[in-house]
Design a protein around this ligand. Structure first.
Ligand code: TRP
Length: 331
């Protein structure tokens, strides 16, 4: 029982991309032996940009089915929907009062998102990192696997926790970032200079969604941009090929050197075909399980209810501590 607690969450805003899968979800699956895992569907974060309510609901259930399909075990670990646990909103309010405007104003994600959603720069978008801090701190997480884009949010979480602890004593565990042994930063297939992400998806061939039709996925990979060279080699001067090597390596578990060795002398067409096959064979069983699991509505309801209950138990304990410290009645 002395395993460390690792916490992560993903927003249920549409189907995750191959980048989300290889950069995060596939690693989550592998963390289960070593850690006590808590994984959330961050639907409270999702509403900081306008969502269609029925879509959000559907996307949340689909994301849960997907977590289960990739092999996250909801009995051994905790999987839950953020909004099912009231403590998040409550803790988030308390922490808001221990967070400075200046700190939030410095967040690059806030600046980016405000530029992108000029017509809806709401207060939730601004205090987004405080809700994220509440997520992490409620579960006394030791570790948080974070990509580059969330690193600043983990930093502010640590600052808020330290500030609170300095005033009131040891209330929160100070979380650390967890860099997975094999992490992959997957870039767009059409624009390999930028991260593969939904928001860049003006060109549908740029992004692979993990529930895309498998033929479609293979075709997207075959259409990926390369370069005028002919050599399958990793290098800064070869963003397209390097990205495909990263994808291949992340899927097969091979290092870049091993991946390069596999394609010594191969032409781009042969290389892409192998990458496509590897990705398709990785995703095929996931898609099959996803279909089964999402058809079983009762099962999903049960997992959600149990997850909410188990998460609430832990979160309420931390919340009670914090409430007491700031002078709220014990309930
Ligand atoms: N903000 C994260 C993202 O968009 C999701 C998230 C919410 C999260 N709460 C978290 C990630 C807590 C790690 C820990 O990717």
């Amino acid at each position: 029982m002395d395993k460390k607690v690792i916490y992560s969450a993903m927003q249920p805003s549409g189907v995750p991309s191959l980048g989300n899968y290889l950069g995060a979800l596939k690693n989550w699956k592998n963390l289960q032996d070593e850690f006590n895992c808590i994984f959330a569907m961050a639907n409270m974060h999702a509403i900081t940009v306008r969502q269609d309510p029925s879509e959000l609901k559907k996307n949340t259930r689909n994301l849960l089915a997907l977590f289960l399909a990739i092999g996250i075990d909801p009995k051994e670990h905790i999987v839950y929907v953020q909004s099912d646990v009231r403590a998040h909103a409550e803790m988030s309010w308390i922490l808001n009062c221990y967070t400075y405007m200046g700190e939030l104003q410095r967040m690059t994600q806030f600046k980016d998102k405000s530029a992108k959603h000029e017509d809806n720069i709401n207060a939730g978008l601004f205090t987004y990192p405080v809700l994220m801090a509440a997520d992490i701190l409620l579960y006394q997480a030791d570790l948080v696997p974070v990509g580059e884009d969330q690193r600043q949010h983990l930093e502010i979480t640590r600052d808020i926790a330290e500030r609170f602890n300095n005033i009131y004593g040891d209330v929160f565990t100070i979380p650390e970032g967890y860099i997975p042994k094999v992490g992959a930063r997957i870039m767009g297939l059409q624009n390999p200079e930028r991260k593969m992400s939904k928001s860049e998806s003006d060109n549908p061939n740029n992004v692979i969604y993990i529930l895309d039709d498998l033929n479609n996925i293979a075709n997207k990979i075959k259409r990926a941009v390369t370069d005028s060279d002919t050599e399958v080699r990793y290098g800064e001067d070869k963003p397209g090929i390097s990205n495909l090597l990263n994808i291949y390596g992340a899927v097969t578990g091979k290092s870049i050197e091993e991946a390069e060795a596999d394609f010594k002398g191969a032409n781009y067409g042969e290389f892409k075909k192998c990458v496509a096959d590897a990705v398709v064979e990785e995703l095929r069983p996931i898609q099959e399980r996803f279909k089964e699991i999402s058809a079983d509505k009762e099962y999903l309801n049960t997992v959600m209810a149990e997850g909410a209950e188990r998460a609430s138990k832990i979160a309420d304990k931390t919340l009670a501590k914090a409430r007491k410290k700031v002078g709220f009645a014990v309930r």
